[in-house]
Design a protein around this ligand. Structure first.
Ligand code: PEP
Ligand code: MG
Length: 909
C-alpha cells in the first residue's frame, strides 16, 4: 500500500493549534516563524510517527525519505550540507510532546559534527575552541542519550581535565584541552557502548531521532506523566532545527525569559541569562546565571529586540509566555516559546489581570485556572506573626521558586526521600541542584531545597509544575551530599534527619519546625468576605473567577455534612444543601450502649424499648441540621455500616469474658454480647449485612430513623422554618428492597401527619452504589424520587477490590505498570464505573424524567470527576465542605470548556 500519511511538517505548515500532532514545541516554533519572528529554520516529525515507532520498534514506512527530503530543503536554504567537511550544517534534535514535560525526554545538539567537519566549523567560526567544545558536547549528549553511556562517566573525565589544569569552570579549558577531551570521550564511548561514535552525519541524525522517540517511554518521562496525569499513548514529536550557537564567545549566550513573573503574575522582565553557553546549561542550573535585566548592559540591541518580541508574543497568545532564546554573535534567535507554566497563585492573578485588561473574557479566565490550582491555594502557609517561621531565625535565603510551607526532615538523595516518605516521614529533599533522575525523590518530598540554579532551573520548573514548595539557589549553603549534611553561613550544620522548614514564598530556610497557618484563600471562603478595592489581589482574583463559575455552572453543589457545625461551615463554602448526611456517628459514643441493647434484644418489646431511646436523640440531631440548612435540601441516609461496627471488638470481648470466667465472676451481659458479636461476625463485612439489608432484617430500625426525620421536620415547621429533608436508602441492589423501605416510610409519614396535623410527605430515594443497582436503574427509579451515586462503593464493587485495603497493598505497582493513571478512588474511572453511572442516569431518567440525580462519593470534590458528572448530566455534586470551592469552580469550568469545545476553539487546557 502506498504511504499516504505525512510524517514531517515544515514550520510554514504548522501552527500553535497543532500541538497534538507537532507537540507543543513544534507547534509554537511554527507559530513564531509564521509571525515573522527570528526562528532558525527546521522541521518537525509528528507524534504519529513516534507512536508508529513505539508500536513496531521501527520507523514507519516513508519516514526516512520524508526526512531526507526536508533535510535537503534545509540544506539548500542554509547553503550548506549536514556535516559538510569545510562548512558543516549542524542541527539540534529535540523532543517536544503535546504537553510540556521539562527535561523529561532527550535532546541532542550539534548533530553533524565529526572528525573532519570539526575542522570546517573551526575555520568558519574562526574559533578552534568553540568547534572542539561543540564536538565534545555532541559526544557527551550522544553518548549518554543515544548510546546509553552513564552520563557521570563523561562528567568525571571533564572534571579530571579541569582538575589537572587547576580550572574552576569549563570556560577555562582551551582548544587543546577540549580536543584531548574529545579523544577521551570517543574512547569512552567505544569502550562503554561497544561501538564507535558514528562519523556519518545522517546516521547520527537517524540514531538521535530514534533515541528521542524511545525517550517517551523512559522511566523519568513515565513517572512525570503519571504525576501530571498525562496519558501514556501520545508520543513525542521531534524537532530538527539548524543550530545557532550561544557558545561563540562573550557576545553570544543563551537564556530563558517570562513575559510575566511566573510566581506572582506581575508583568515585568523575568528570566536568566548565561553568556557564552549552549542551551541546556541554563535549565540544568550548572553554572549560575545572571538576571535577564543584566542583558541590557551586556547587549542592549538584543535586549531591546527580546523585549519587543516578548510583547508580540504576549499579545498574540494573550497569556504568559515563556521563551528560550540564543544570541549568536549579537543576533537574537528564538528557540522556543510556550504558554508558560505558572504557580497556582499566578494562574489566578494572571487570568484575572488579563480579564481586567479586556484581553480575555471571564469565560476564558475560568478556563485558564483549574480546581487543583485552587486546592493548592487553600493549603496552609507559615505563620508570620512571630509565632511561626518569624520566630525562627532564617539560616539561609534562596530563591522563592514555588510557594507554600514545607516542614520535614532533611534528606540528601532521592532514594532516601522515597524510603522515608514511604515510612510516613515528612522529608525535604536537599540537593546542590536537581536533575531529572531526582524526580521520584521530588515527588516523595514535602519540599525541595537547592543551593544552585535560578527560577528556571530544573528544581524550580518541576516543583512549580507539581505544586510543590521549592527554594532554589540558596548559594550560601554548602551542600555535601556524600556526608549527608549542609552547612549554613554562620556555621549551622544540618544533618540528615534534622527538621527544617522551607518557605517557598519568601525563599527562607529555617532550622526546626515552624507552625503553619491556614491560607488566606481558605479564610476568604470560610468567612465569605467580599473583597473590596484595596483587598489582596489574589483574593480578588479568586473571588472574580469563582463568582463567574457560580454564574456559569449548571450543576448545584451540596456538602457531605453530618452535624449542624459541619452544615454551617458548608454554607460558608457555598453549599446549596446537604447531599449526604451519614447517620452512623449518631450511634457512637454514649449511644453505643443503646445499639448494644438493640442487638441483644430478643423480643419485639425489648427492641422497641431500645429504639424508643434512640428516637428523640436522632430527632434532635436532625432538627439541628435542618435548622442550620433551613430552606435547602438535606439528604439523610439511613444507617449503612454493619452493626458489629458499633459493638465491642470480638477479640477484646472474648478476652474479657474468658478472664471473668477464670475469676469466677458473673458476666452474663458480656457473655450475651459476645454471642451477638460472634453471630454478627462476617468475613467480608463490606459485602455483608449492611445498608438496606439491615433495614430489612432489624425490624423497626429504619422506621425509627424515618420517624425521627419526619418529627424533626414537624418541629422545624412549627418553629417557622422551611425544612427539606430527603430520606436516602443505602446499598440498594434491587427495586424490591427499596419498595419495602419506601412503603414503611410512607406508613410512618402518614402516622406522623395524623399525630401532628402537619403534612409530612418527604422524598425517598436511593444511593446507586452497586453495579446491580446501576444495571437495573430503570426499575429502581420506579420507587425512587432521587438517585445519589455512591461512587466509593460503586468503585469498590465494580473493580471488586476493598476500598479499605488495596490502596496500600497494590496501587503503587498498578500505577507503575500503567494499569491506573490515577487511583480510581481519587478520580472516577470513566471507562468502567463511569459507564455504569451514565447507564443509570439514562435509565433512571427514562423511567422518571424529573428524577433528581447527584453524586456523594469522594469523587464529588475531584476536579476531573466533577467535569465528568457535568458531562453525564447530573444535577449536583456533593463533597466535603473544604472541597466545595473546587467543585464550584470545576462545575463552572465544565460549562465553559464544553462551550469552547463545541465552538472548536478556545484554550481547553
Ligand atoms: C459511597 O459509597 O460513595 C458513599 C458516599 O457512601 P460511604 O462512603 O458512606 O459508603
Ligand atoms: Mg457507600
Amino acid at each position: 500500500m502506498p504511504n499516504t500519511r505525512k510524517f514531517v511538517y515544515t514550520f510554514a505548515e504548522g501552527n500553535k493549534d497543532l500541538k497534538d500532532l507537532l507537540g507543543g514545541k513544534g507547534a509554537n516554533l511554527a507559530e513564531m516563524a509564521n509571525l515573522g519572528l527570528p526562528v532558525p529554520p527546521g522541521f518537525t516529525i509528528t507524534t504519529e510517527a513516534c507512536r508508529a515507532f513505539l508500536a513496531t520498534g521501527d520507523e514507519p514506512r516513508g519516514l526516512r525519505d520524508e526526512i531526507a527530503e526536508h533535510l535537503r530543503a534545509l540544506e539548500v536554504r542554509m547553503g550548506r550540507r549536514l556535516g559538510q567537511a569545510d562548512d558543516p550544517l549542524l542541527v539540534s534534535v529535540r523532543s517536544g510532546a503535546a504537553f510540556s514535560m521539562p527535561g523529561m525526554m532527550d535532546t541532542v545538539l550539534n548533530i553533524g559534527l565529526s572528525d573532519t567537519s570539526v575542522a570546517g566549523l573551526a575555520a568558519q567560526a574562526g574559533d578552534d575552541r568553540f568547534a572542539w567544545d561543540s564536538y565534545r558536547r555532541l559526544l557527551q549528549m550522544f553518548g549518554k542519550t543515544v548510546l546509553g553511556v552513564d552520563g557521570d562517566l563523561f562528567e568525571e573525565r571533564l572534571e579530571a581535565v579541569k582538575r589537572a589544569k587547576g580550572a574552576t569552570s569549563d570556560l577555562d579549558l582551551d582548544a587543546a584541552d577540549l580536543r584531548g577531551l574529545v579523544a577521551t570521550y570517543k574512547g569512552l564511548i567505544a569502550e562503554a557502548a561497544g561501538q564507535e561514535f558514528p562519523q556519518d552525519p545522517r546516521t547520527q541524525l537517524d540514531m538521535a531521532v530514534r533515541a528521542v522517540f524511545a525517550s517517551w517511554n523512559g522511566d523519568r518521562a513515565r513517572l512525570y506523566r503519571r504525576q501530571e496525569r498525562i496519558p501514556d499513548d501520545l508520543g513525542t514529536a521531534v524537532n530538527i532545527v539548524a543550530m545557532v550557537f550561544g557558545n561563540l564567545g562573550a557576545d553570544s549566550g543563551t537564556g530563558v525569559a517570562f513575559t510575566r513573573d511566573p510566581a506572582s503574575g506581575k508583568p515585568g522582565v523575568y528570566g536568566d541569562y548565561l553568556a557564552n553557553a549552549q542551551g541546556e546549561d541554563v535549565v540544568a542550573g550548572i553554572r549560575n546565571t545572571v538576571p535577564l535585566a543584566d542583558l541590557e548592559r551586556l547587549d542592549k540591541r538584543s535586549y531591546d529586540r527580546l523585549l519587543e518580541i516578548m510583547g508580540v508574543l504576549e499579545d498574540h497568545y494573550r497569556d504568559l509566555c515563556d521563551i528560550e532564546f540564543t544570541i549568536e554573535r549579537g543576533t537574537l534567535w528564538m528557540l522556543q516559546t510556550r504558554v508558560g507554566k505558572r504557580t497556582a497563585e499566578a494562574a489566578f492573578r494572571i487570568a484575572a489581570q488579563l480579564a481586567e485588561q479586556g484581553l480575555i473574557d471571564d469565560d476564558e479566565a475560568l478556563r485558564r485556572v483549574t480546581g487543583s490550582q485552587l486546592a493548592q491555594l487553600m493549603f496552609p502557609r507559615f505563620a508570620d506573626d512571630g509565632t511561626g517561621a518569624g520566630r525562627l531565625r532564617p539560616i539561609a535565603r534562596g530563591i522563592a521558586a514555588s510557594p507554600g510551607a514545607a516542614v520535614g526532615k532533611a534528606v540528601f538523595d532521592q532514594a532516601t526521600a522515597v524510603e522515608w516518605a514511604h515510612n510516613g516521614e515528612r522529608v525535604i529533599l536537599v540537593r546542590r541542584e536537581t536533575n531529572p533522575d531526582d524526580l521520584a525523590g521530588m515527588v516523595a518530598a514535602e519540599g525541595i531545597l537547592t543551593s544552585r540554579g535560578g527560577k528556571t532551573s530544573h528544581a524550580a520548573v518541576v516543583a512549580r509544575g507539581m505544586g510543590k514548595t521549592c527554594v532554589c539557589g540558596a548559594e550560601a549553603l554548602h551542600v555535601d551530599t556524600t556526608r549527608r549534611r549542609f552547612t549554613a553561613p554562620d556555621g549551622v550544620e544540618v544533618s540528615e534527619g534534622d527538621v527544617i522548614s522551607v518557605d517557598g514564598s519568601t525563599g527562607c530556610v529555617y532550622l526546626g519546625e515552624a507552625p503553619v497557618v491556614p491560607s488566606a484563600v481558605a479564610d476568604y471562603f470560610e468567612e465569605r468576605t467580599t473583597p473590596h478595592d484595596d483587598a489582596d489581589e489574589l483574593i480578588a482574583a479568586v473571588h472574580r473567577i469563582v463568582s463567574h463559575a457560580d454564574r456559569r455552572r449548571r450543576m448545584r453543589v451540596r456538602a457531605n455534612a453530618d452535624t449542624a457545625d459541619d452544615a454551617a461551615r458548608a454554607l460558608r463554602f457555598g453549599a446549596q444543601g446537604i447531599g449526604l448526611l451519614r447517620t452512623e456517628h449518631m450511634f457512637l459514643g454514649d449511644r453505643r450502649k443503646y445499639v448494644e441493647r438493640l442487638v441483644l434484644a430478643d423480643t419485639d418489646d425489648g427492641r422497641a424499648a431500645a429504639l424508643d431511646v434512640l428516637l428523640p436523640l436522632q430527632r434532635q440531631d436532625f432538627a439541628e441540621v435542618l435548622a442550620a440548612m433551613d430552606g435547602l435540601p438535606v439528604t439523610i441516609r439511613l444507617l449503612d455500616p454493619p452493626l458489629h461496627e458499633f459493638l465491642p471488638d470480638l477479640t477484646d470481648l472474648s478476652v474479657r469474658v474468658a478472664l471473668a470466667e477464670a475469676r469466677g465472676d458473673e458476666a452474663a451481659d458480656d457473655a450475651a454480647l459476645l454471642g451477638a458479636v460472634r453471630r454478627l461476625h462476617e468475613q467480608n463485612p463490606m459485602l455483608g449485612l449492611r445498608g438496606v439489608r439491615l433495614g430489612l432484617v432489624i425490624p423497626g430500625l429504619f422506621a425509627m430513623q424515618v420517624r425521627a426525620i419526619a418529627e424533626a421536620t414537624v418541629e422545624r415547621v412549627r418553629a417557622g422554618g422551611m425544612p427539606h429533608a430527603e430520606v436516602m436508602v443505602p446499598l440498594v441492589g434491587d427495586v424490591r428492597e427499596l419498595q419495602i423501605v419506601r412503603d414503611e416510610a410512607a406508613a410512618v409519614f402518614a402516622a406522623v401527619t395524623r399525630e401532628t396535623g402537619v403534612d409530612v410527605d418527604l422524598p425517598v430515594g436511593t444511593m446507586i452504589e452497586l453495579p446491580r443497582a446501576a444495571l437495573t436503574a430503570g426499575r429502581i427509579a420506579e420507587a425512587a424520587d432521587f438517585f445519589s451515586f455512591g461512587t466509593n462503593d460503586l468503585t469498590q464493587t465494580t473493580w471488586g477490590f476493598s476500598r479499605d485495603d488495596v490502596e496500600a497493598s497494590f496501587f503503587t505497582p498498578y500505577l507503575d505498570a500503567g494499569v491506573f493513571r490515577v487511583s480510581p478512588f481519587e478520580t472516577l474511572d470513566g471507562d468502567g464505573v463511569g459507564r455504569l453511572v451514565a447507564l443509570a442516569v439514562g435509565e433512571g431518567r427514562a423511567t422518571r424524567p424529573d428524577i433528581s440525580l447527584g453524586v456523594c462519593g469522594e469523587h464529588g470534590g475531584d476536579p476531573e470527576s466533577v467535569r465528568f458528572f457535568h458531562d453525564t448530566g447530573l444535577d449536583y455534586v456533593s463533597c466535603s465542605p473544604f472541597r466545595l470551592p473546587v467543585a464550584r469552580l470545576e462545575a463552572g469550568r465544565a460549562v465553559v470548556l464544553a462551550d469552547a469545545a463545541q465552538r472548536g476553539g478556545g484554550d481547553t487546557r
